[in-house]
Design a protein. Structure first.
Length: 258
């Protein structure tokens, strides 16, 4: 009997040949996978100022100290205070400030140089301040569009000067309420940050810079009372007295204000 040769072992089908594009895509994916794996395994605080490794209370203390020690800051955002919402865009220095403040009803410019506070608004703002009488409207027309130098004893000064005082404003804004915990690492405007969370989030969140000085960079206030950003720490603020032709100086309490 003729012996049959053993059956040949079946070969697996040949893998499809990769095109040049497919090979390149596979190589890029492999490279990205390696990079991401390396990032996940690395130290998130590597190359930072190190505050991300500190206890939450220490991070808060260092952030507040850095803010107080800085000569200036640009603060922008929304703040809810005493039932009203204020939109701020202020540049604050140790000897004064300039910027804009607006509410739902009106907007105006603030400028403080030393103890001198100037407020520039339209006639409608001043008419509202004076109760809307005929004489008040006439006075408001004279004030509209001018820098009004507000006397220190005037209620307008008392109400708005705090928005131009760097230390007073930051002390009121930066306070967190409740037990502090160290949250996630992230970034604000491209700057690496670590987040402080108070009261499991209900007491506010503060993002602190991990690069250079540990400045506060973003604050989400407790109870949904607004969010502000802080940048340009230490940059010069141009504080120049307005031209005399643009200034109205009462020297005493502004008639009808309050």
């Amino acid at each position: 009997m003729t012996a049959f040769p053993p059956a040949a072992t079946p070969r697996p089908p040949a893998a499809p040949r990769r095109t040049g594009r497919a090979a390149r895509v596979a190589a890029v994916c492999a490279a990205l996978t390696g990079v991401l794996a390396g990032c996940g395994a690395g130290d998130p605080d590597a190359g930072t100022n190190g505050v991300g490794k500190l206890p939450a209370a220490t991070i808060e203390s260092k952030a507040q100290a850095a803010a107080k020690g800085a000569d200036s800051v640009h603060l922008s955002g929304n703040v809810v205070s005493q039932g009203g919402t204020y939109k701020l865009d202020m540049r604050l220095a140790k000897n004064g400030a300039r910027g804009e403040l607006s509410t739902k009803a009106a907007g105006f410019q603030l400028l403080r140089i030393g103890d001198a506070l100037y407020l520039k608004a339209d006639a409608a703002f001043w008419a509202g301040e004076k109760g809307g009488s005929g004489s008040a409207s006439a006075t408001a027309a004279k004030l509209g569009g001018k820098y009004v130098k507000v006397p220190a004893a005037d209620p307008v000064y008392q109400r708005f000067s705090g928005f131009t005082d760097k230390d007073t404003l930051l002390a009121g804004l930066l306070g967190l309420h409740g037990a502090l915990t160290v949250g996630e690492h992230g970034s604000v405007s491209g700057v690496r940050t670590v987040r402080l969370t108070a009261g499991a989030g209900s007491g506010g969140n503060l993002d602190v810079s991990l690069e250079g000085a540990p400045y506060p960079l973003r604050l989400q206030r407790a109870g949904g009372a607004g969010e502000v950003r802080l940048d340009d720490w230490g940059k010069s603020v141009d504080l120049k007295t307005p031209d005399d032709s643009q200034v109205v100086d009462y020297g005493k309490q502004i008639p009808g204000a309050g």
